[in-house]
Write a protein that binds this ligand. Structure first.
Ligand code: SF4
Ligand code: SF4
Ligand code: SF4
Length: 288
């Protein structure tokens, strides 16, 4: 009898570790079907089904212990968005694209992408976008400084607000001054903007010995991501009563989150990208 109970518990634990993968698949399929039916456009069904499937497979592989699972999702989703949506389909998926579609009053492409991944989605999955799908971080995460080698710089994070305002001002100017050929300009802005982001990202990573320096100080998208992810349903938890204060999680965290604390108000709480490096590093399983 005891053996049977143990086997049942084991089975339940086995299924529950795939819960996040299943839930993510359901959420993305719901978005995919809703947008497909309401906008009468098959693209949304295929697009969100593809992204949801990649994320779910990645989460399942992660739960099964495959160490490259997150990298798999980053490349599967990130390169699809950069190459297929951005370059081949001419959709500007950067923040400028979001402003552009807002100005044109069209709720599609970048507007929907931002609503799902960067504005309302973070209420559920926090900054999962930054950990699993962003095509900028997909490259930056390959650089040598996976764990920051220097303390976080104070004060320079305000650059993100400048970038945010600049991107808005740039697109507003296109409309205010009735600039022609805007679709073409948006395409070149997408290419140029991405090239610039990669260049700045790589320079900062080496200068600050921190792969994610660009995310911490420059990226304008964090102006949306940070406040929304404060309320995230999925977040990293720490059982402080188990913690032995070894500091291994703090060292492993690429985003300098105070992950040995449970409160939502912990230092850099809204920077968490759900990479689970802290969980892997904790010797007493205080983090989950
Ligand atoms: S902070 Fe910006 S660049 Fe970094 S992963 Fe998030 S969206 Fe990408
Ligand atoms: S190491 Fe932990 S706290 Fe830090 S970003 Fe990754 S999941 Fe979040
Ligand atoms: S790794 Fe675990 S035990 Fe060590 S400080 Fe972090 S939470 Fe505490």
């Amino acid at each position: 009898m005891k053996k049977m109970n143990e086997q049942t518990n084991k089975k339940e634990r086995g299924i529950s570790k795939y819960l996040a993968a299943i839930l993510m698949f359901v959420i993305f399929e719901t978005v995919a079907v809703t947008l497909w039916l309401s906008l009468d456009n098959l693209f949304y069904l295929l697009n969100f089904s593809y992204i949801g499937t990649c994320i779910s497979i990645g989460l399942a592989l992660f739960a099964a212990g495959w160490k490259h699972a997150r990298r798999f999702v980053q490349f599967a989703v990130g390169s699809y968005m950069l190459v297929y949506l951005g370059i081949i389909s001419n959709e500007n998926m950067q923040i400028e694209g979001f402003w552009y579609y807002l100005f044109t009053g069209v709720f599609e492409a970048a507007t929907i992408h931002y609503a799902v991944a960067k504005i309302f989605g973070p209420l559920i999955f926090g900054r999962g976008w930054c950990g699993y799908a962003c095509w900028t971080a997909m490259i930056l995460d390959l650089l040598p400084y996976k764990q920051p080698q220097k303390p976080r710089k104070k004060g320079i994070g305000v650059i993100r607000y400048f970038m945010f305002t600049l991107s808005f001002g740039l697109i507003a100017a296109l409309f205010l001054y009735h600039v022609g050929n805007r679709e073409r300009i948006m395409f070149w802005l997408f290419l140029g903007g991405n090239a610039l982001y990669y260049l700045i990202g790589v320079i900062l990573a080496f200068a600050f010995k921190d792969n994610r320096a660009f995310c911490k100080y420059i990226c304008p998208i964090t102006v949306f991501l940070k406040p929304m992810s404060y309320f995230a349903l999925f977040r990293i938890h720490c059982d402080e009563s188990k913690c032995v204060g070894c500091g291994k999680c703090l060292k492993a965290c690429p985003m300098n989150v105070e992950c040995n604390k449970e409160s939502r108000k912990r230092a850099n709480a809204t920077e968490c990208i759900l990479c689970f490096e802290c969980k892997k590093a904790c010797p007493v399983k205080a983090i989950k």
